[in-house]
Design a protein around this ligand. Structure first.
Ligand SMILES: NC(=O)c1ccc[n+]([C@@H]2O[C@H](COP(=O)([O-])OP(=O)(O)OC[C@H]3O[C@@H](n4cnc5c(N)ncnc54)[C@H](O)[C@@H]3O)[C@@H](O)[C@H]2O)c1
Length: 342
């Protein structure tokens, strides 16, 4: 049986969602909605759906099996609360919310209806990170002890997303939360956060770089480095590079999707580059493939074959780390999340 879905927000990134839904077995987007009638009409035409400009009208008319929210953060809470009583599953783009209070309200709105709630946190679904997770599960490097994540580039992200140039905690809220989620995905719960931010590009309003240090409950440590103003040739965007050290070896994810496993005095290299979707293009294929992987996972959740990955409740933990990093950068203090004294 095909699950009938609706999409809210026909903007820049939602086109990837729509292309990927078209390749996700068992799902069909039957209606799309945008406040801008021109954008809704374009998506409806391109993807064979019905166009709406009012999410409530669309949800009441369609009563879909699932709702995919691809708007920017300010509208997320109202739209999740609108969708939860009118459909069978809700997906919301990141950042889930600006405050834990809003995030909690969204989680509770879905819980009250007894429906799954997922956050479109696709970075943990990137092919290289699924390979790292599999290597950990296979005990390739023993107990993980240290992780370094690096996302530093000078790609012009403002061309497609001009609103980013005015976001105050830009690097932390746009990509930082993806990186913190990857750190949690690989190393587990975070109990302490210290962070420094920088404004490197004079053309933008906010802090477009940060360096964060995380302590995990296991005792492992993660260093996260992110900048949108770091010149490199070739530019590694949108890859996140990683160094993951364990008690029995090291995994080194380098540029060009090269994954080296250092163990017992030898190095084994694997190519972890994802395929370029027929509708995609380099260098975006890394992201596009992860959207496809995430949405195929949603199809499994819809049929009861998988648990949400990540759920809204899980993503609140990532938001907690992100907000702690913002607080740490503002105060110069380490923030403890385990109830201990700061
Ligand atoms: N996961 C990723 O890799 C990734 C990458 C890029 C962007 N994003 C996220 O995707 C979200 C959207 O980003 P974007 O760059 O596509 O933004 P965008 O501004 O291009 O698109 C958002 C669209 O939502 C519409 N909209 C807003 N409120 C609405 C409402 N109440 N009802 C109907 N339509 C509404 C707007 O008119 C706009 O067309 C952001 O939260 C961003 O952080 C995620």
């Amino acid at each position: 049986m095909t699950a009938r879905g609706v999409l809210i927000g026909c903007g820049f990134f939602a086109r990837n969602h729509m292309q990927a839904w078209a390749e996700t077995p068992g799902t069909q987007i039957v209606a799309v909605c945008d406040l801008d009638p021109g954008k809704a009409a374009t998506f409806a035409r391109d993807f064979g759906a019905t166009a709406f400009t009012d999410a409530r009208v669309m949800l009441d008319a369609v009563r879909p099996d699932f709702t995919d929210i691809a708007t920017t953060v300010g509208s997320h809470r109202a739209l999740v609360e609108l969708a939860a009583p009118r459909c069978g599953l809700v997906i919301c783009q990141k950042p889930l919310a600006e405050t834990l209070e809003d995030a909690q309200a969204m989680v509770l709105a879905c819980k009250a209806q007894g429906i799954p709630f997922l956050v479109h946190e696709n970075f943990r679904w990137q092919a290289p990170y699924r390979a790292l997770r599999r290597a950990l599960d296979d005990h390739a490097i023993g107990t993980p002890q240290f992780l370094r994540l690096t996302f530093r580039h000078a790609h012009d992200i403002y061309a497609n997303q001009p609103y980013l140039a005015k976001v105050q905690d830009l690097a932390l809220t746009d990509v930082g939360l993806h990186l913190f989620d990857m750190a949690r995905f690989l190393m587990g719960d975070v109990v302490q956060v210290a962070c420094q931010t920088q404004r490197l590009n004079a053309r933008v309003t906010g802090q477009d770089a940060f360096t964060a240090l995380l302590r995990h409950r296991s005792g492992a440590v993660t260093s996260v480095e992110c900048s949108f103003h770091s010149a490199r040739t070739p530019d590694p965007f949108p890859q996140t590079l990683a160094l993951l050290e364990g008690s029995g070896g090291t995994l080194d994810l380098g540029p060009g999707y090269r994954l080296d496993l250092h163990r017992d005095g030898t190095v084994t290299t694997t190519d972890v580059e994802p395929p370029v979707p027929a509708w995609g293009a380099r260098p975006w294929h890394l992201i596009q493939d992860s959207v496809l992987a995430f949405q195929r996972h949603v199809a499994e959740v819809l049929t009861g074959r998988a648990e949400p990955q990540p759920s809204g409740a899980d993503n609140m933990e990532t938001l907690t780390v992100t907000l702690a990093a913002i607080r740490s950068a503002a105060t110069g203090q380490t923030v403890r999340l385990d109830g201990g004294r700061e």
